[in-house]
Write a protein that binds this ligand. Structure first.
Ligand code: RB5
Length: 142
């Protein structure tokens, strides 16, 4: 399982820690930046991650910014991406079970690092339920 990950400056610290966490769990991780806490623009990191997931170069993706909104908005412009924002483990589970999110987005400024790892575990460990949820996903593209 290869997981791509990106953040802006607001998510940099959690991204760095999550990379170590995921490597420790045996996942392959591709880091799409940013590489410091210097102020930067989230689309510069979201687009390369989205493209890698769309092309199948990464199986799943994780993105972090301050609120999670900038990353979500940018990632969801890509046809092959369903980026879902999660701020607790219940939402992290449901964003896979109901929405089949292939990129998990988290609001680094509004959750603890321990919560971020718990959300990642919940999201990775949950299967998409299909059925009526697939029908709804099929209606997302206008
Ligand atoms: C950066 O200050 C902040 O705007 C960004 O991390 C994110 O929250 C945008 O949606």
């Amino acid at each position: 399982m290869k997981i791509g990950i990106c953040s802006d400056h607001a998510g940099f610290e959690y991204k760095t820690r999550l990379i170590s966490y995921l490597l420790g769990k045996g996942y392959e991780v591709v880091n799409f930046g940013t590489d410091s806490t210097d102020s930067c623009d989230y689309p510069d990191y979201a687009h390369p991650l989205a493209e890698a997931v769309e092309k199948g170069e990464c199986n799943l993706g994780i993105a972090l910014c301050g609120t999670g909104n900038g990353m979500s908005m940018t990632l969801n412009h890509h046809r092959g991406i369903r980026a879902g924002l999660a701020w607790n483990t219940a939402v992290g589970k449901l964003v896979k079970e109901h929405n089949n999110a292939n990129i998990l987005v988290m609001p680094a400024r509004f959750i603890s690092y321990n919560m971020a790892t718990a959300i990642v575990r919940a999201w990775i460990g949950t299967e998409f339920a299909g059925g009526r949820h697939q029908r709804r996903i099929d209606k997302i593209q206008p």
